[in-house]
Design a protein around this ligand. Sequence first.
Ligand code: PGA
Ligand code: ZN
Length: 432
Amino acid sequence: MDTRIKTVYGRQILDSRGNPTVEVECFLECGITARAGVPSGASTGSHEAVELRDGDKKRFFGKGVLNAVKNVNGPVAEKISGMDAVNQGEIDLAMISLDGTPNKANLGANAILAVSLAVARAAAIATGLPLFHYLGGANATRLPVPMMNILNGGVHANWQGADFQEYMIVPYGADNVRQSIEWGSEVYHALKSVLKAKGHSVGVGDEGGFAPEVSSNEEPIELIMQAITEVGLTPGKDIGIALDPASTEFFKDGRYLLRTENRELTSEEMVEYHAALAERYPYVVLEDGLAEDDWAGWKILNERLGAMIELVGDDLFVTNVRRIERGIKEDIANGVLIKLNQIGTLTETMAAVRMARLAGWGAMVSHRSGETVDSFIADMTVALDTGHLKTGAPARGERVEKYNQLMRIEEQLGDAASFAGKNAFARPVRSF
Ligand code: PGA
Ligand code: ZN
């Protein structure tokens, strides 16, 4: 089988928010083709690789990606044509050096990533392996716990609800991925009934979770606890809670502004706020509990809560080994969020996971709020054995496609499949 790349072809498509994004087809000499699409964030970290947008206000309000597409079809296609698709590292490096900037500002991380993923998928097909086996080897048999964001706030809900962006349920007590998704779906629907009964809106935010107007950032947790109980499951035994406040979004002039509560907190006070929640609720993961450049605050957060729960840095680390390395040295967290488009190639993403795991840290793979139906991250999570994957509510096509892919992989693995369950996290699940 001739796995050399014949060419790559990019096009502009729409993401789940209706904004343009990049999709790429990779054509191999042997006749195999494969496609990949890239996602896009809304609460992006300022240290992320550059998502190249056209800026032409007459088209898509400046959000077009035709220049990124041109880069795929011109210089990138020329550079990697003839290279062997199984040499992922070599191909990613070639694109990084062609770009020539530290943050992929020339070609665009969106252009580079779409190619990187399409190449990997084409190579997997050519070698006759499912994507998770191609990327992870024969040992890739453990399915992750789905971290399901069933209540949206912050920018994902137009600041009409909670200040905190994501309230996740973590069905870690299930026997397998299929059961965990079944439980997650049941709690999601029970939450809808709970919200309706209390007169709340049941409209959804960008990631498919409900987006009610609440009067505190704790209220959503209470609503979710009630929903868990109503389907006959036990919080802390069957299902845990995870939170991504996306704190960078409400950090202004050294203070955390909680609009729904009419409060302004210092970093120390914000840490105590989270400590109080962690005492009362079965938390396993707190992501971006503080802002992206509040390193001193993170240090305090890790000292206070790091022994108890997994503290994941998203905007803080942006899947970048330089920032993760500093975080490990300074001991300011114990987990990292993994988003392919924050860094822009598959190879660099895998390096970030490796660095985190070697330090004994957790690594939580993640979708973006603007998604396509591409389920690459589901396979990648199994391949890298990171144990947990957050990819939104168990609703909306672009979210459920990832969960559905996990169920397909579990089925394909048969008896060899295992489920990460309560062992998925950097810190053991506490008993409640
Ligand atoms: P984003 O949000 O995709 O809008 O950046 C996801 C997150 O903060 O984890
Ligand atoms: Zn986040």
